[in-house]
Design a protein around this ligand. Structure first.
Ligand code: AMP
Ligand code: ZN
Length: 469
């Protein structure tokens, strides 16, 4: 299995630290809003990496954090007049719902920064003791960047170029830094903000230290894979490397994987520019399985542009697989023979070669674009050979193979029976009653339940209308 390693800028054979086991950390979202489909890309991509590794027999310890203390969370909590934990807990729950819709499996552990402060104090202490960190007059703790001789190795930056480019960092409030390159490990509280006691000042952690500490606690000092979007390479991951390796004296992560960005209409998707779609918005229009298909339709290191046309194409592609599996199921219910004849044995040998091709694509740095193309070839092969068969065993073998390969990509292609119109209408009536009783939580729950089953509700002046996605 080959992985492109940002650290070496090469595709390398994957050799785990411990045979048969993978220790993997994926930087998770800052929870102050619904996640957008850009955020969904690393979730889907690295969930697929995990699934493939498990398929190969590895035991994967997969850790992904929630950053639940941050300026943006605090800002929103002030706007709403609630505690910042109300905001973070709300959006953690919403994020989990979106992950479920995208069929992103929960991590082995989802640590939250606010629950790991003790470990952060310990690591910061170690860094101070080893001379890698120091305290400013107001109690801010800084990492002494030049004390880590390998600084820049992940992002392939030269530390001297960085200092030249960053002189302006030495602005008001930062005079107490020894060097503009030094970054914050711990900062003093501001009025009304959440804070924790520490030997240096009442305050809260810097962002980078969170991941170094959570990775160490749940996966150990040395891990196999650390991953996230490419915007995290610098400074976030570079700083994580510096902190972890300076504190632990060991190589932090052997492989670093970074997904390219998702853009909209060829412009970078960003919350501040307002050009983004939340997963929630997209789910109103498209089955999230089609969205997952779309996100995997390009190699994870290629930029991907979101547009209605491409999304329609993804929907059609995904439907083609679902239809084929549905068709095989229908045929299976209507044939009489259990056994597989000689010619069908031969055909199944041919079909097995698609699995080999699929594996070969995934072994090449998880080329899901090629892997999905192989699923299409298999679907075509199945469609061509199914209707002439009278054998349940043959049809089932084809169907199982399509389902297995789709499942490795996390694509649910075996859909349940469609909901009956009468059941949908009953639920809509229940939702109307809940709304009348101001039980909006139940009303939302029903809306989401229907959405999960591909039923979209529209509140119009003439009443509630519904349609199938
Ligand atoms: P954030 O909440 O901004 O820290 O982002 C969470 C994860 O989503 C990180 O791994 C980011 O790199 C990733 N991410 C954010 N925006 C995009 C985007 N437009 N395309 C791909 N990945 C993104
Ligand atoms: Zn991180």
């Amino acid at each position: 299995m080959k992985i492109y390693n940002t650290l070496t800028r090469k595709k390398e054979e994957f050799i785990p630290i411990e045979q048969g086991k993978v220790r993997m950390y994926v930087c998770g979202p800052t929870v102050y809003n619904y996640i957008h489909i850009g955020n969904a890309r690393p979730m889907v991509v690295f969930d697929t990496v995990r699934r493939y590794m498990e398929h190969k027999g590895y035991e994967v310890n997969y850790v992904s954090n929630f950053t639940d203390v941050d300026d943006k969370i605090i800002k929103k909590s002030v706007e709403e007049g609630v505690d910042s934990s109300v905001i973070s807990e709300r959006y953690i729950e919403e994020c989990k719902k979106d992950m479920e819709g995208l069929n992103v499996r929960p991590a082995t552990t989802h640590p939250k920064a606010t629950e790991e402060i003790g470990g952060m104090l310990d690591m910061i202490n170690t860094l101070i003791e080893k001379g890698h960190a120091y305290t400013g007059a107001d109690g801010t703790v800084y990492f002494r960047t030049r004390s880590f001789k390998d600084y820049g190795k992940l992002s392939h930056k030269n530390i001297d170029d960085l200092q030249g480019g960053n002189r302006s960092l030495l602005v008001s409030g930062e005079e107490q830094k020894e060097d503009p390159l030094d970054f914050v490990l711990w900062k003093p509280k501001k009025e009304g903000e959440p804070y924790w006691e520490s030997p240096w000042c009442d305050g809260r952690p810097g962002w980078h230290i969170e991941c170094s500490v959570m990775s160490k606690k749940y996966l150990g000092e040395e891990i196999d894979i650390h991953a996230g979007g490419e915007d995290l390479i610098f400074p976030h991951h570079e700083n994580e490397v510096a902190q972890s390796e300076a504190a632990n004296g060991k190589i932090f992560s052997r492989y670093w994987m970074h997904n390219a960005f998702l853009s909209i209409d060829n412009k970078k998707m960003s919350k501040s520019a307002g050009n983004f779609f939340t997963v929630r918005e997209i789910a109103e229009k498209y089955d999230l399985q089609a969205v997952r298909f779309f996100l995997l339709s390009a190699h994870y290191r290629s930029p991907l542009n979101f547009s209605e046309e491409l999304m329609e194409a993804a929907k059609n592609g995904y439907d083609r697989i679902v239809t084929s599996v549905g068709n095989l199921k229908y045929l299976m219910e209507n044939v009489s023979a259990e056994t597989i004849n000689e010619r069908e044995e031969e055909l199944l040998k041919e079909a097995a070669s698609f699995t080999d091709k699929f594996d070969a694509a995934m072994e090449e740095d998880f080329n899901t674009a090629d892997a999905i193309a192989v699923i299409f070839e298999l679907v075509k092969f199945a469609n061509q050979n199914a209707s002439a068969s009278n054998s349940k065993g043959f049809l089932k073998a084809l169907s199982d193979e399509i389902i297995l390969l789709s499942d490795i990509c996390g694509l649910i292609v075996e859909r349940e029976e469609q909901m009956l119109d009468s059941d949908i209408e009953k639920l809509i009536e229940e939702r109307q009653a809940a709304r009348k009783n101001k039980d909006f939580a139940r009303a939302d729950e029903i809306r989401n339940e229907l959405l999960q089953k591909g039923i979209i509700l529209e509140d119009t002046r003439e009443g509630v209308k519904w349609k199938r996605a």
